[in-house]
Design a binder for this molecule. Structure first.
Ligand SMILES: [Zn+2]
Length: 195
């Protein structure tokens, strides 16, 4: 007999509230979301596994926030993290203007050079990109994860000819965020169509 086993992420609203959303720049309704992984048998939920996400989401702009820090959407630290890591890899001095342009276009904020510098120092001291991304993923909704992968691909494309290993690195960034290879490909193909 064939058993179809699998896993499925179930999104649950645990609470509703209001907060000052820095993206909308106004008072907005927020949802407290818990993403839980379930073990499935024939696509039916059988057993709850671990909680893989816990964050606030603005009902207007749909960005995710850390419940303990709503001053910026959580994709911004993720974006800064991948930009700094890839700048370090491709050479900091010749990547500043590209990083600044991507940061401004994607966040609609002034380029935060200090945040980039702080991350570069942390990487030089041995911080592990993939472990940090996994930790950040807990506070990111899908839209936020997509933005981090987009930033990783855009800076890679701006600084390299995008060979096999460059593309593999973007896949690994997606993987650390819990995004499948197929979904990473979809995100990249969409960027190629637009730009
Ligand atoms: Zn908002």
């Amino acid at each position: 007999m064939l058993f179809l086993l699998g896993e499925k992420v179930v999104r649950r609203v645990s609470d509703e509230g209001s907060f000052h959303c820095p993206v909308c720049d106004s008072l907005q309704t927020s949802l407290h979301i818990i993403d839980k992984n379930y073990f499935t048998l024939f696509f039916i939920r059988i057993l709850p596994l671990e909680i893989i996400g816990d964050y606030l989401e603005c009902c207007q702009c749909l960005h995710s926030f850390d419940p303990d820090n709503t001053t910026q959407p959580t994709y911004i630290p993720g974006l800064v993290l991948v930009l700094s890591y890839l700048m370090l890899g491709y050479g900091i001095n010749n990547s500043k203007s590209e990083a600044a342009a991507i940061y401004k276009a994607m966040t609609d904020r002034e380029y935060d050079e200090q945040a980039i510098q702080d991350n570069i120092v942390a990487f030089n001291e041995g911080e592990d990109l993939f472990k940090t991304l996994k930790r950040l993923a807990f506070r990111l909704n899908t839209m936020g994860k997509i933005r981090v992968v987009e930033a990783a691909y855009l800076i890679t494309r701006a600084l390299s000819e995008v060979e096999y290993e460059d593309r593999l690195r973007v896949n690994l960034i997606g993987n650390a965020l819990g995004i499948s290879l197929e979904f990473v490909n979809e995100i990249i193909n969409r960027i190629k169509q637009i730009h």
